[in-house]
Design a protein around this ligand. Structure first.
Ligand SMILES: [Zn+2]
Length: 275
């Protein structure tokens, strides 16, 4: 019999909790390590739709990238949105486990999964953990052949799950792209690192007007901005592979099919519309 403790041991070997940032909240949110587990669902966000999904598929463990409760709470009442999710999970005998910045820092980790999805051959971290280290935040990788930014943006859109507003790129659409930096999740703070790395493009999420514009004006790499959820979704497959490799045969692994990107409508102005 495989227990929750066995599954968590496999995950923690791949994503050691001690490597999480000090402000983070990773690990077991609810669940009994002695209980049996035969099916695990992997998702980015522990929200209503993925809790619905884990109950529908009959898994005993939901592994999420984002923490349910990042800041301290004094209770989990059922009439609170997050407390309600905890109630639903515990009533159904489902555990919730989070691997967040420890999954970002791991090798392979969140950004390796993103790089793999885009067809990049990873050559090293974007921001090394220590001088000369081969781990750290983000990844730098290379395409087999250079392609114009417009084609590269299309590649990104086709490699990642569909979102309401898709993928947008900043920079000359004809600019050749071969060396690429990627950072799953919000990567604003690594714009300078991407510029220093001398890559042709930087793929990340949650980029803002002023930092993006100033970065381009200073001659930085082209930017490809994707939905935060989409940038981290490839990690679900990687984490599922970790559990399948360690416990395959006794535990079935599933990747969430629910789109938990909060943005649900994307429209573009008609030709001639205001700028
Ligand atoms: Zn994230």
């Amino acid at each position: 019999m495989t227990t929750l403790g066995d599954v968590l041991a496999a995950l923690e070997a791949a994503y050691p909790p001690a490597t999480a940032e000090s402000w983070d909240a990773v690990g077991l949110v609810c669940g009994d390590r002695a209980e049996p587990v035969s099916k695990v669902l992997f998702c980015v966000d522990p929200v209503e739709s993925t809790v619905d999904e884990v109950l529908e598929v009959g898994a005993q463990l939901l592994v999420a990238h984002h923490p349910l409760m990042l800041r301290g709470v004094t209770g989990v009442p059922a009439d609170d949105p997050k407390g309600g999710l905890v109630h639903r999970l515990i009533r159904a005998g489902v555990a919730l486990y989070t691997a967040h910045t420890n999954a970002d820092a791991a090798n392979p980790g969140v950004s390796d999964a993103l790089a793999d999805a885009l067809g990049l051959r990873v050559t090293g971290p974007l921001v090394p953990a220590d001088e000369g280290a081969d781990t750290g935040i983000g990844r730098i990788g290379e395409l087999d052949h250079p392609e114009p930014l417009r084609d590269f943006a299309r590649r990104v859109a086709e490699a990642l799950p569909t979102t309401a507003w898709g993928v947008r790129a900043a920079g000359d659409p004809d600019r050749p792209v071969r060396r690429v930096a990627v950072c799953g999740g919000a990567g604003d703070s690594y714009l300078t690192a991407a510029a220093r790395a001398g890559v042709d493009a930087y793929v990340t999420a949650d980029l803002r007007h002023h930092p993006a514009g100033e970065h381009l004006a200073a001659g930085g790499p082209a930017l490809v901005d994707v939905a935060h959820w989409a940038s981290e979704w490839p990690w679900c497959g990687q984490a599922a592979h970790v559990v399948r490799t360690a416990l395959g045969g006794t535990v079935e692994v599933l990747v969430s099919t629910r789109r938990t990107d909060p943005w649900t409508v994307g429209v573009t102005s008609r030709t001639g519309g205001s700028q």
